[in-house]
Ligand binder design. Structure first.
Ligand SMILES: O=C(O)c1ccccc1N[C@@H]1O[C@H](COP(=O)(O)O)[C@@H](O)[C@H]1O
Length: 244
């Protein structure tokens, strides 16, 4: 069954992003960075973090992750989150059938594919009505040409630090590697972001940068988000970002 897909245009306009698959290579910064808080698994923190008004909330469906949402969080709680927040399921090399089943059960509107998923799988999920974020691990260099086959089927890319685990490594990569980004898909910056990066991120000018992904840098333990630190981060990101 097809998962209803919210209209991305309002979100893109609010963030000053000219819409998915459009003009991401413009060098100017978005009006404000989109914020995705990832790795939610703690029922007690969920309402508090949602009340901060992140643009996206991520739930990890990779069984090996310490943030695996599995049976920990009741699907009703996720489905009941405000419709203004995009609910993102994070998957690593999962089958399309399993992803669609989880999307249906938890009311996910978006998927973050954090493994070696193919462009064809991105297309399948995109055609199923889901917003598609494709993650890529960044080491010493990025081969943007290798991302070209994904362009037609992804709403966002996400650049994360290469590490021992597929994601959630808590390490920062060299953001300057993205200075030469020239593809028409906006992206999220991820990997070890913490409160100490707030000022730098708010002032960051990178072509195609649409948002930031906050995960292990805002936890008291894996999956246990610190709403106070997140509140400080959102305030700094949103007040520090320039207006167009
Ligand atoms: O957080 C995890 O455990 C995880 C597991 C498997 C795939 C992705 C995962 N998280 C994603 O990793 C990046 C960076 O996280 P961090 O800031 O370095 O902790 C982020 O996009 C998370 O969504």
């Amino acid at each position: 069954m097809k998962t209803p897909r919210p209209d991305i245009s309002a979100l893109a306009a609010a963030a000053g992003v000219p819409g998915a698959k459009a003009a991401a290579a413009a060098p100017e910064a978005p009006a404000r960075l989109l914020v995705k808080v990832c790795g939610m698994r703690d029922e007690a923190a969920l309402a508090g973090v949602a009340a901060l008004g992140p643009d996206f909330l991520g739930f990890i469906f990779a069984p090996k992750s310490p943030r695996f949402v599995g049976e920990v969080l009741a699907p009703e709680l996720v489905r009941a989150l405000p419709p203004t927040i995009w609910k993102v399921g994070v998957f690593v090399n999962e089958t399309t059938a399993n992803i669609l089943a989880a999307a249906q059960r938890f009311g996910l509107a978006a998927v973050q594919l954090h493994g070696q998923e193919s462009p064809a799988q991105c297309e399948e999920l995109n055609e199923a009505g889901l917003l598609v974020l494709k993650a890529f691990s960044v080491g010493e260099a990025v081969d943007f040409d290798a991302l070209l086959p994904y362009v037609p089927f992804c709403d966002y890319f996400l650049f994360d630090t290469k590490g021992a685990a597929p994601g959630g490594n808590g390490a920062v990569f060299n953001w300057n590697l993205l200075q030469s980004y020239n593809l028409p898909v906006p992206y999220f910056l991820a990997g070890g972001l913490g409160l100490e990066h707030a000022a730098e991120l708010a002032a960051l000018r990178l072509p195609g940068l649409a948002g930031v992904d906050l995960n292990s840098g805002f936890e008291t333990a894996p999956g246990m988000k610190d709403a106070n630190r997140l509140a400080q981060m959102l305030t700094q990101l949103r007040s520090g970002a320039p207006t167009l």
